[in-house]
Design a protein around this ligand. Structure first.
Ligand SMILES: [Zn+2]
Ligand SMILES: [Zn+2]
Length: 268
């Protein structure tokens, strides 16, 4: 498996890719060519092209959740490449409209619109993409300190309702040394996600974690999260996107934190 960061908040010195506060990862595993999230603008497409990654050969697009910093770029990808044979995998709540204080921040399309131009596969259950790579489906709440809080409102038939972001999920890859977990924003809680990955894969060892954990403040939740992550003995630890500098600094006291930026490649 080879993962390339096509979009992240951070760029590396002397590497002239585009950055934005958004996520897109390109993953190759065997014959599968998978995009996890589509960033916010068309910048991830420009980065892919600068990296000689051919997005017209994608087999799957997986959405970690429906927020626009993970889904909005789909409209530019749709203009750039043919998606009719591409399987798009997401939680059934991913494509609902979302707003906060009158500002929309949901996906650019409704589910029925996506189904018009790609093979849409909505699932709350895990979906194996390859022999070793799995979409984790809806993440159960396992840890009390990762209690869900509403993030804006979700538009359903009955009107607007508090959004607990149950569509937030992640990927897990089975390496010989344990699981490598790849997240979007971890609104479901990074510990809950790791717990679900262990359960789905029947594997307790965690080789690596990469992605956003939605941790900003130094508070009780962060400290309990760090304790859990430390107990997992993670070798390759890549917090990014929605992890604040303060939170990373606190993590560095107990964990070996690696820097993430556009262009980072991880092979296993
Ligand atoms: Zn989000
Ligand atoms: Zn995000």
């Amino acid at each position: 498996m080879k993962l390339t960061v096509l979009m992240d908040n951070n760029t590396y010195i002397d590497q002239y890719y585009l950055g934005e506060p958004a996520v897109s990862y390109y993953i190759e595993d065997g014959d599968a060519r998978i995009l996890l999230d589509c960033g916010y603008s068309d910048a991830f497409i420009k980065n892919a092209s600068a990296m000689d990654i051919d997005l017209s050969r994608l087999t799957h697009i997986v959405f970690s959740h429906g927020h626009d910093d993970h889904t909005r770029g789909l409209q530019f990808l749709r203009d750039a490449v043919e998606l009719s044979d591409v399987e798009i995998i997401a939680h059934p709540d991913c494509f609902f409209p979302r707003e906060e204080d009158g500002l929309g921040f949901g996906a650019p399309y409704l589910a029925e619109e996506v189904a018009d131009f790609a093979k849409l596969h909505l699932s709350k259950e895990p979906v194996w993409l390859t022999e070793r790579l799995v979409y984790l489906g809806q993440i159960p709440d396992a840890f009390g300190f990762e209690k869900r809080h509403p993030i804006g409102k979700r538009g359903i038939e009955e009107g607007w309702t508090d959004d607990y972001c149950y569509d937030d999920t992640a990927l897990a890859y089975q390496t010989d040394e344990g699981l490598f977990i790849i997240t979007g924003c971890s609104h479901s809680g990074i510990c809950n996600i790791i717990h679900q990955a262990k359960h789905i894969c029947g594997e307790d060892r965690i080789a690596g974690v990469l992605g956003g954990f939605h941790l900003f403040d130094v508070d009780d939740r962060l400290m309990q999260t760090i304790d859990y992550l430390q107990s997992c003995n993670i070798r390759d630890f890549y917090p990014c996107h929605c992890v604040s500098l303060k939170a990373k600094a606190k993590m560095m006291e107990k964990l070996d934190v690696c820097e993430v930026g556009v262009g980072l490649q991880i092979e296993m």
